[in-house]
Design a protein around this ligand. Structure first.
Ligand code: 56B
Length: 303
């Protein structure tokens, strides 16, 4: 595990991530994490690095992107076409057909939950214009460098970030996209300026579908024989069902235990759940072809 520099350098090194530390980058991160969900393909049960040829993909600057990176490629493609897709004023007044074109596919399959993505873009654009003077930066600055205050503002004003579920009669706040939004701003800005959060270490791992798969592969998470069977048969798990919430909740706990183990062994290491999560997610993409279990399949706008 490298130091904090790991996430910051890696974050900006990816060709699709923005390089300039300005307000346009904050708007880019907001839009990406507003839409950062459910890229797994109904067509592609293999889910390997060499994707099913019909699986939703975006060709951008000579590279074919699937999954999360296809979202970033689609947004960058729109910006290159002079469509101000990260500008809330544009989103508020744009017509849905034009917004849908941003996700046009270079294969047979279209992006999952397209209509929902368009709806969320319009709603967020209207909300930012009504409550934050047309710029998400004002929302960020209203949090006054507190991750938890920003989390509260996101949950108050943007309903799709309310990743909260019921588990055996108790409310479970998983909040994956709201937290990764904060983490991406922090990592991109190296914890400085607009990216400074005094309580950044209060952010948990982001309970998606890729990191749990890697945690299992690494022997840090285990599944019951019946759940393993469902995953191996690519059976859908309904959003909010007990097994799905167990996978997500235990993933958060597994990363917390990894964090404690690292600090016990290397007390001086500036590690937090974000850095561990980013490390495991990037690793998961590298070893995707060797994974010993498929990802779980829940069609959801939460992750
Ligand atoms: N826990 C966690 N989940 C993450 C990410 C990211 C992208 N982060 C990059 C940006 C900065 C960091 O340095 C990473 O390089 C996407 N996702 C989730 O994965 C799923 C997509 O997977 P696939 O279909 O294979 O592309 C989907 O649920 C998406 O929401 C992360 O970092 N952590």
């Amino acid at each position: 595990m490298q130091s904090r520099k790991y996430s910051t350098q890696t974050w900006k090194q990816h060709p699709l991530n923005p390089k300039h530390l300005d307000h346009a980058t904050i708007h880019w991160i907001f839009l990406v994490d507003l839409l950062n969900f459910s890229f797994w393909s109904d067509l592609d049960q293999e889910d390997r690095m060499n994707p099913h040829p019909d699986r939703y993909a975006v060709h951008y600057k000579g590279v074919t992107y699937t999954g999360y990176w296809s979202l970033c490629a689609a947004i960058n493609r729109a910006l290159d076409d002079n469509i101000p897709v990260t500008d809330p004023k544009y989103l508020a007044q744009a017509n849905p057909e034009d917004l849908a074109k941003i996700f046009r596919s270079d294969t047979k399959e279209q992006v999952p939950l397209l209509d929902l993505r368009v709806r969320l873009m319009k709603e967020a654009g209207i909300t930012i214009c009504q409550h934050f003077g047309g710029s998400f930066v004002h929302c960020l600055q209203r949090a006054n460098h507190s991750a938890q205050a920003l989390l509260d503002l996101l949950l108050e004003h943007f309903p799709s970030f309310r990743d909260v579920h019921e588990f055996k009669g108790r409310k479970v706040h998983i909040l994956k996209r709201a937290q990764i939004l904060i983490a991406d701003i922090w990592a991109c800005f190296d914890g400085k300026g607009d990216g400074e959060f005094a309580d950044i270490d209060s952010i948990t791992m982001f309970a998606d579908y890729r990191v749990p798969q890697a945690l299992y592969h690494l022997g840090l998470l285990d599944y019951s024989p019946s759940l393993k069977k469902k995953l191996q048969h690519c059976q859908n798990l309904p959003s909010g069902c007990q097994e799905e919430v167990e996978i997500r909740g235990n993933s958060i706990w597994a990363v917390e235990l990894v964090r404690r183990a690292i600090l016990k062994r290397f007390p001086e290491t500036p590690v937090n759940a974000i850095l561990i999560d980013f490390y495991i997610w990037d690793l998961a993409k590298e070893i995707q072809n060797d994974m010993t279990i498929p990802t779980h399949r829940t069609r959801s706008w939460f992750y």
